[in-house]
Every structure is written in C-alpha cells, then in structure tokens.
Write a protein that binds this ligand. Sequence first.
Ligand code: UD1
Ligand code: CA
Length: 455
Amino acid sequence: MGLSVIILAAGQGTRMRSALPKVLHKLAHKPLVEHVIDRAKQLGAEDIHVVYGHGGDAVPTTLAHCEVDWVKQAQQLGTGHAVAQAIPHIPAERDVLVLYGDVPLTSAETLKNLIQLARQSGFGLLTISLDDAAGYGRILRGDDGRVLRIIEHKDASEAERAITEVNTGILATSRKNLARWLERLDNDNAQGEYYLTDIVAMAVADAIDISTTSPSDEFEVLGVNNKRQLAALERAYQQQQAERLLDGGVTLRDPARIDIRGNVRCGTDVIMDVNLVLEGEIDIGDKVEIGPNCLISNSRIESGARILANCVIENAVVGKDSQVGPFSRLRPETVLAEATHIGNFVEIKKAQIGQGSKVNHLSYVGDAVIGRNVNIGAGTITCNYDGANKHLTEIGDEVFVGSDTQLVAPVKVGAGATIGAGSTITKAVAAGALALSRAKQISKSGWQRPMKKKS
Ligand code: UD1
Ligand code: CA
C-alpha cells in the first residue's frame, strides 16, 4: 500500500510571542513545517496533506512552492478533528502517517521503522520516556506490557501522571481504520477537544496490537512551542550537520561554530575554520580551506581554493586553486576561473575573471568580462551604471590596469594593453596600447604654503 502523510499545522503557537504562525518560524533558514514536508517526501509519500488554520492563508501562501495538499481546519477543535479534515482527500487503500508541523527533526530511519511496524501490526505509535513528562499524553500499558490507551495529562490521575512513557503524537495506521475510528471520536474530556489519541483504545478494542518504537535521539520528537525550544532544536540540528561533515572527513576547527542552512557537499581534506555560515546549495571541492568568519551561500568552491577570513560569497563560483580574501565580497553571478586572486576589500558582481587574473585591493568590478593573467590595480572601479542602465566592461588577456583607474562602461580594453594609474577610461583601448588620461603633473619649486591669519 502507498503512503499518505498528514501534517498537523493548524495550532496558534501563542507562546512564540510572534505574529507569524508557529510553523513558519525557521530552523536552519527553513520554516519548521517545510522540514516536515521534506521528510515526508523523503519517505516516498504519494500525497501530503497539511492541515493549517491559525494565521490564515499565510502558511499555504508562504509555502506555495511545496507540492502538497492544503487542508483548512477553520476551528482548532483538537488533533482528532484536524486529522479528520484530511481524510476525505486520501485514497482508500493507503497507509497514513501523522506528523506534526512543529516537530521538525524526526529522522527518516525512525519514521520508516514506525511505518514498517504499522504495516505488520496495524498500528504503530512513536513513544519516548522522558524525565519530565508533564504536559504529554501518557502511554497506559497492561500487565502484559501491551498498550491499552493514551491518557492526556489534563485528564490523568496522579498515578497515571507518574508514567514516564509519553505519546510523541506521531503514529501510523491504515486509512481505512483511521477513518472508522475518527468518526467515533467525541470531545468529552478535560479540554473539550477531539483527541486523536483516543483512537488507540479503539484500535485495542478491535484486537489490534499497538506496536511502539522510540527514536534514537530525544530531539527527534521535541516540538517547538517557544523561542527557547526553537533555539535548542536549532543547536541540535547544527550539531547533527557538523557531525555529518566530520564523519565525511571534513576538518572543523570547532564543530560548535559552524551553521549550515542548506545542503553542503564536500570533497576530501576540506578544512573549515570557526564562525562559518553556509546557506543554500553549496559544493566544495577537495583541499578547500575556508578561514574564519565567512558567509557562503549558493556557491561552488572548486578544489584547492582558499577562502581567507571574513569573506561574503553569494551565488558565485570560485575556480580551482583560487584565493579569495581576507575581506572580499563576491556577489551573484561572479565566476572566478582557475588560480585567480581576489583580495582585501574587493567587491565583484556579475563578472567573469579569467584564469590567473588578480584583483587584489580595494576594487569594484561589476558587469565585466576579464581575460587571463590580467592585473587590476588597487582602487580600480568599473563604472557600470549610468543612473539608468548597467553596461559591460571587457578586458582582454594580459592587460595591466594601473591603480585608481575608472573604467566607464560600456568600454573595451584590448589584450596586452596597459592603463596608467589614475586614468579615467571612457573609450576603447587598442590591444597592446598604453592609455593614460590623467592630467600632467606640474611642479613649482620652493612653494610657500598659506599662513593662518592672526585674529
Ligand atoms: C498532543 C497529544 C499528546 C502528545 C503531544 C505531543 C493529543 C490529544 N494529544 O498534545 O498525547 O503527548 O501532542 O506533543 O493529540 N493541531 C491542529 N489542530 C487542532 C489541534 C492541534 O492542527 O485542532 C496541531 C497543533 O498545531 C500541533 C499538534 O496538532 O502541531 C499538536 O497539538 P497540541 O495542541 O500541541 O497537542 P498537545 O496538547 O501538545
Ligand atoms: Ca504540543
């Protein structure tokens, strides 16, 4: 049977103290519920139904790119009521897994295990023993150890509250049984809600043996109800990411000081210094070294490249054996070929820098195509914007651009040309030529500087 996943995400999340619906708060730059949706996809779910409600259409609007079925629960009448809203959208012959939009880090292994158990026994329940079980539904077992039912904390007696095994809320069963049981739910309890948890006793009455399993890490079933819990799960997630890199052979100077907000692929012998933030899709080749305090997003760093301290690199390619930084900013559509050098306080935007070329100090290069073995002197600026449109600067191979040059685009500099320091280049420079546009120097000997007037 195929798998359908229902994700409950209609709750308000008052304790987040935020106008944003709880499940849209981000963990590793991705909304909580999107982590859950991605996990459901990873499990091969045929269809995913997200029950939303609080915060209106903000949830489906923000996550319009997720291919899921959005099910509105107008009033939050309980977890059982929420699941019931999704049932009509699910084909008859399906296994159903119920997940929570505010429980972002359940591993695929744990869930696969749970689904497997549900397929064998008819009902799989994810439980965990907690030192402090307050607030959770407790698992009531008979003398033979079989699960009998779940009792919510608010409905539990003193003795029942002493039970440490709790309901994580995550369960799996067949759509057929689920629909049957949900129809019989009532809200005759302490909270006046339709409790999903009541279906456990119904399953037992139908002679189904409830299978239980637990996650390998507690954080897998922890939910987010406030900013402290969100911060704690962010740390758990980051630790997991750091360990994944370490296990893959990456050297991290401090696993506690790297943040990964996306997908990072690394070659061998990669070294990362402290305070590194990696966002989006990142590819890092062999023997890459990244210095302290860098932010890199959606970029490819090819093998042997060195990123020195304090660089910001966004939607860029750093070619093989290149060196960037310290204090360089590579903006979107920057492509550095092999063995380039980009140095201190240099900003590059939408530019190709050819093999072996250097832009070492204090320059702005935007909308440019630069050939091989070009040297761009300190303080060079491509004047790419005329106040209305952007224009291209083209520089041929082996060009030498003297310091403090302005290249007023659109402009072309032919291969092998030389530009004298301090020039403002507004016209094409022929290959092999020397271009100079600065005023001639004058000198007056014995110059007497003005004196300050006496008051
Ligand atoms: C629920 C379980 C409890 C379990 C705990 C684990 C029930 C009755 N109780 O309790 O046994 O230990 O989770 O955290 O199921 N939601 C909706 N619509 C609603 C109500 C809830 O979408 O009408 C969503 C919430 O957004 C949340 C989830 O369901 O993501 C759980 O709801 P919540 O109210 O937090 O349930 P608990 O009382 O914590
Ligand atoms: Ca909860």
